[in-house]
Design a protein around this ligand. Structure first.
Ligand SMILES: C[S@@+](CC[C@H](N)C(=O)[O-])C[C@H]1O[C@@H](n2cnc3c(N)ncnc32)[C@H](O)[C@@H]1O
Length: 290
C-alpha cells in the first residue's frame, strides 16, 4: 500500500497539488533518515550531547545522568516512535531535547498542554516511565499514541485544580499555541515554577511560525529588557495577515516579573542536520520571591 500511494503521489496527485499551489509530501518523520556509518553516527550523537550539556548548564539545570548516554538511548528509541509526523509537531531535535530535559528535571508529574498526535507524550513516557502525565488538548481526534497511564482532557489546563501536585516534583510543558506570557502567569498562580515551552520565537523570527502565540518568552525578555524606551510594537506578516505585539502589554510586564531564568536551547540543526527545535526552559521565582 505505501508503495502504491507513493507511485500515485509521484505520478498523479503530486503534480495535481503542485498546479494548485500545494506540496503533497509523505508524512515521513525526519528521524527515518539517519547516518549509518559509525564515525558519522558518533559525530552526530557527540555534537548533540555536547550542545545539550551546555544548554542544561546555561539553563541552571543539574543533570545527574551522562548526557551522551541519554542521547544514545534516545537514538535507539526514536525509530520505534508510534507517531509518524513531518509537520505540526516535534521532529527529532525537539523530541530529543524534551527527552533529555525530562530526564534531567526528573518530574513525577508532568502537565502537557498541546498533545496533537501524541509524540511528545510518548517521549515524556520514555523519559519518565513512572510519572503521572496529564494531557490537555481541545482536539484529541488526531491521537496516534494514547498513553495508557496518562489522563486526557479537552479543557484548558487553567480550568483545573492542580493543588494536589507538589510543584517541586512537577514540570509543565506548553506546546499549545496559547500566549506564553499568559501560561507563565497561570503557572505561577498555581505555584508551578518549572516550565518548558515549545515555539518560543523572538520578534524577528516569529514570522516563520504558524499559529503564533504571543507574547512569547523571548518577546517578554526582549521587551522588558528594552524597558519603557521602546514604544513601537513588534509587527510581522504571515500569509498576508499582519500581527502585532504591543510593547506596553501589561501581560509582558507581569510575566517578566515572574521569570527568574529563561534559556532557549540551541536548535540542534548544526549538530544533527534535523529540522530546528525551539524549546525554552523557564524557571519562575518561587512563591514569595521575585
Ligand atoms: C503543535 S501541536 C502540539 C504538538 C505536540 N506537542 C508534538 O510535538 O507532537 C499544538 C496543539 O495545541 C492544541 N491546543 C490548542 N489550544 C489549546 C489549549 N488551549 N490547550 C491545550 N492545547 C491546545 C492544538 O489542538 C494542537 O493539537
Amino acid at each position: 500500500m505505501p508503495r502504491l500511494m507513493e507511485r500515485l503521489r509521484r505520478r498523479w496527485l503530486g503534480p495535481l497539488f503542485d498546479r494548485l499551489g500545494y506540496d503533497l509530501v509523505p508524512a515521513t518523520p525526519d528521524w527515518a533518515h539517519r547516518p549509518v556509518s559509525p564515525h558519522e553516527v558518533e559525530e552526530l550523537l557527540g555534537n548533540a550531547a555536547a550542545q545539550l550539556a551546555a544548554d542544561l548548564a546555561a539553563a541552571g539545570i543539574p543533570c545527574r545522568h551522562d548526557v551522551r548516554a541519554l542521547v544514545g538511548e534516545f537514538w535507539d528509541l526514536i525509530p520505534r516512535a508510534p507517531v509518524r509526523q513531518r509537520r505540526g509537531g516535534s521532529g527529532f531535535n525537539g523530541a530529543l531535547q524534551l527527552f533529555v530535559l525530562m530526564r534531567a528535571l526528573e518530574p513525577d508529574h508532568v502537565i502537557e498542554s498541546g498533545v496533537f498526535r501524541g509524540l511528545t507524550t510518548w517521549v515524556i513516557r520514555q523519559a519518565r516511565p513512572d510519572a503521572r502525565i496529564f494531557c490537555r488538548d481541545p482536539d484529541l481526534s488526531g491521537l496516534q499514541y494514547r498513553d495508557p497511564g496518562a489522563t486526557y482532557c479537552t479543557q484548558d489546563w487553567s480550568t483545573a485544580d492542580w493543588s494536589a501536585l507538589d510543584p517541586a516534583r512537577t514540570v509543565a510543558f506548553f506546546d499549545d499555541h496559547v500566549a506564553q506570557a499568559r501560561r507563565v502567569v497561570e503557572a505561577r498562580a498555581r505555584g508551578l515554577t518549572r516550565l518548558v515551552f515549545d515555539d518560543d520565537a523572538a520578534g524577528h523570527r516569529i514570522h516563520t511560525h504558524g499559529g503564533p502565540a504571543h507574547p512569547t518568552i523571548a518577546m517578554v525578555r526582549a521587551l522588558h529588557e528594552t524597558g519603557p524606551a521602546r514604544r513601537e510594537p513588534i509587527r510581522w506578516q504571515r500569509n498576508g495577515r499582519v500581527f502585532e505585539q504591543p510593547a506596553d502589554d501589561p501581560l509582558v510586564r507581569k510575566a517578566a516579573r515572574l521569570i527568574a531564568r529563561a534559556h532557549a536551547f540551541d536548535d540542534l540543526h548544526g549538530a544533527t542536520g534535523y529540522s530546528p527545535a525551539r524549546l525554552t526552559y523557564v524557571a519562575l521565582h518561587p512563591e514569595g520571591g521575585g
